[in-house]
Design a protein around this ligand. Structure first.
Ligand SMILES: NCc1[nH]cc(CCC(=O)O)c1CC(=O)O
Length: 307
């Protein structure tokens, strides 16, 4: 047992604080008597809230300062939404533990309609996610996508203020905020395939920190880890960044794994789909193969042109 408080690094947004509190409780439950200290770290993503993520440089924005704090030994662990974790981690850091996944689906929020299908033609859907925008336009080319940035609370406020007619948010995030009642409906994964790792939380630490890794091991979820491994392998094969509109979801049934992947043109005018199944033990290989198949179908030019 650690003879000092475990220093847990987190972003300071309401959602980040809520999920870090949940993760802390899980760690303490698994290590009774462990003391903890929450260390709030401001990231670029928290400062530059008015521009699309894809423009300011992608998901590294959510994690960079937390990783610097790990390297500087200012924190022992960093809690992340796995969706925000870059495809490749810096040398010396690992995701030591992925917790049991919450609902990976997206929620539909609107004062005007119950579902996406119920929106009037020409309605403005506020989202800065290329993945969400492309899938909305695939179903409803008549709708308009307008940028909507900021943390979940900010986006809901902008929706109420009339900056858009509807928006989509991760259901898991709303639940962590206790705001799931804001959702008018939940989109099926056929309608809206989630982002890679959506709904899963991960804990990052220094790779050589065996003492900390031992504290985290009991809170890991093997099923979720397998699913996320497949989804992230697909992303890695596509060199996915926040600029690449990719969606993927792996499901584990017993010893089997089913993986769905989608790659889109941001305007929704074209998409490529892949579906693979296999042994859960082959998660990484299945993900890589699915990613390679998507890449081959779309062509290298597509991937290059997005950068
Ligand atoms: N991009 C920000 C972000 N990162 C993770 C979540 C949701 C929570 C999760 O997926 O664990 C969100 C908000 C959203 O997409 O609505």
């Amino acid at each position: 047992m650690l003879n000092r408080p475990l220093r847990i690094g987190t972003r300071g947004s309401p959602m980040a604080l809520a999920q870090t509190g949940m993760v802390r409780d899980r760690i303490v439950a698994a290590n009774p008597g462990l003391e903890t200290e929450i260390v709030v770290i401001t990231t670029v993503a928290d400062k530059v809230l008015d521009r699309p993520l894809s423009e300011i440089g992608g998901k590294g924005l959510f994690t960079k300062e937390l990783e610097q704090a790990l390297f500087a030994d200012e924190v022992d662990v960093a809690v992340h939404s796995m969706k925000d974790v870059e495809t490749w981690l810096p040398d010396g850091l690992v995701i030591a533990c992925i917790l049991e996944r919450d609902d990976p689906r997206d929620a539909f929020l609107s004062p005007h309609a119950e579902t996406l299908a119920g929106l009037k033609p020409g309605s403005r859907v506020g989202t800065s996610s290329l993945r969400r925008g492309a899938q909305v336009l695939m179903r409803r080319p008549d709708l308009r996508i307008v940028p909507l940035r900021g943390n979940a609370n900010t986006r809901m406020r902008k929706l109420e203020a009339g900056e858009c007619d509807a928006t989509l948010l991760a259901l898991a995030g709303l639940e962590r905020l206790g705001l799931e009642a804001m959702a008018r409906s939940v989109l099926s994964t056929d309608e809206m395939l989630p982002a890679v790792a959506q709904g899963a939380l991960g804990i990052e630490c220094r790779a050589d920190d065996a003492e900390i890794r031992a504290l985290l091991a009991p809170v890991a979820c093997a099923r979720t880890t397998t699913a996320i491994t497949a989804e992230r392998a697909l992303l890695a094969e596509l060199d996915g960044s926040c600029r690449t509109p990719i969606a993927a979801l792996a499901r584990i049934e017993g010893e089997s794994l089913h993986l769905d992947g989608l790659l889109f043109l941001p305007d929704g005018s074209r998409h490529w789909a892949v579906r693979r199944g296999g042994a859960a033990a082959d998660a990484e290989a299945i993900g890589r193969e699915a990613g390679a198949a998507l890449k081959a179908a779309a062509g290298d030019t597509y991937i290059r042109d997005l950068k």
